[in-house]
Design a protein around this ligand. Sequence first.
Ligand SMILES: Nc1ncnc2c1ncn2[C@@H]1O[C@H](COP(=O)(O)OP(=O)(O)OP(=O)(O)O)[C@@H](O)[C@H]1O
Ligand SMILES: [Mg+2]
Length: 372
Amino acid sequence: MSGVSFEGVTKRFGDVVAVDDLTLEVLDHEFLVLLGPSGCGKSTALRMVAGLEDPTAGIIRIGDRVVNDLEPRNRDVAMVFQSYALYPHMTVRRNIEFPLRTRKVPPEERERAVQDAAGVLGLKSLLDRKPGQLSGGQRQRVALARAIVRRPSVFLMDEPLSNLDAKLRVQTRAELIELQRRLGVTVIYVTHDQVEAMTMGHRIAIMNEGVLQQVGPPQAVYERPANLFVARFIGNPPMNTVVGVVTERDGRLHLAIPGGEQPLPESLWPALRARDVRSVVLGVRPEHLRIDPEGPVAATVAVVESLGHERHVLCRLEDGQLVILRIPADVPPPGEGSMVRLSADAAQLHLFDGESTERIAAVAGEVVEARR
Ligand SMILES: Nc1ncnc2c1ncn2[C@@H]1O[C@H](COP(=O)(O)OP(=O)(O)OP(=O)(O)O)[C@@H](O)[C@H]1O
Ligand SMILES: [Mg+2]
């Protein structure tokens, strides 16, 4: 088994910088999720590990071997794509054993590998069917089985669940997590679905426009996003972000935002004074915002959305921008059109530099690349 490391890896396609100076270490046995919006370079990063693209610059290692010049078939990786591309005229058995046949593995050994993989993925009763006689989820599992029989030390998965319906996704997600734990392999899993990222990864690496934004365990990234991009990308409904101006009164720092003045936690004063930042973006997650008659900020309730298990209350601030707060379904919601006041727990506020968009941390170096 082995980890994978990117060291200053860049990939250009003409003028497009698909991956920009990526340095990232995926640990042995780790399930690392590469997350980001469409076009941010996730697939390109993965394809460079598989050997399907050559880096323009930088070094890629699998284990302690530099693989830049190694043929794909010698890299000991298996890649599973979104379009699982099974051979339609072959049975499930033939599809699964295909990589072993091309390697001239003897029949008894092939059969054993097929039985093992089919057992792990619950495909034993389907081995004699053709792909056309399978559901989408079953086909996806066949594609996984075909990757497993090769016993690679690294699995590369590029949005493998995106063709499945919501229910199957939840189920297959759980199966993939179990599979990774059982086989103890290193997995790099590409997705643009933040729920998959939060639930599957030991760590998430978030990319935007080819640039790595943050790496860390899902909960740490959720609680301490390193910049505004990450703050807005992770979380649903997304974090509320409001631009404000830092003001000082009687030696206390506040943030003037539309509809009121939010007192800023004392722990952040030194950082704010040191940076001399005036324009600050305040971030508050919907679950940390409350309707509170004593709250510092005035707003008008625009819409209340019932989701069954909870409600989303959309409020307009003085300048018309919307903020969202979540309340439990059993709490009576405010009337639409009513005036309310809002408050947020000081410990749950996120502040970002309005110019650099970086998180303003109470303690220097608070946001460091978290490692397992
Ligand atoms: N072969 C290619 N030639 C030219 N440009 C490419 C090529 N492959 C990818 N790109 C560009 O590189 C950038 C990153 O593409 P990539 O496929 O890695 O994104 P992605 O994060 O996987 O997106 P998605 O979520 O849509 O799959 C995009 O701007 C894309 O258009
Ligand atoms: Mg892609």
